[in-house]
Design a protein around this ligand. Sequence first.
Ligand code: SF4
Length: 140
Amino acid sequence: MIDMLKFRPHHFLCTIGYEGKGYSEPFTDNYDKIAEQLRVPDGDQTEIQVVFHTDDICAPCPHQRGLLCATQKKIASLDRRHCDALNLMENEILMWVDAKKRIKQKISIDTFHEICKGCQWKALGVCEEALRKLHENNEL
Ligand code: SF4
């Protein structure tokens, strides 16, 4: 368990929809642990710091190149759109429950289709489905 997680902007929404798929076994093993940490009952209180480079999810990714990504241009563009949509600031720290509230409030299904354009996982439909469920969650 990591006390305070670090997420780049687009990984907040990715984590809502994460269902165990990823770029390699070490990548999914690591992401499984992070998702589990956030999805247990008191996971909502986990603090997450916004970073503008590779983060705790990228850590074992085969495409990681130091603080950058092998497909940096595409990833930077995803980050920029998600950052703007969620109104995130570099180094800002927010609790997971507040991140989920912000996603619910600021990311409509139309916005999702706009800000996630170009992502290879989008066509799976799991992120859209998870976002729809988040919108229906009256506890947030
Ligand atoms: S479509 Fe891609 S960038 Fe968007 S939430 Fe899903 S995995 Fe993340």
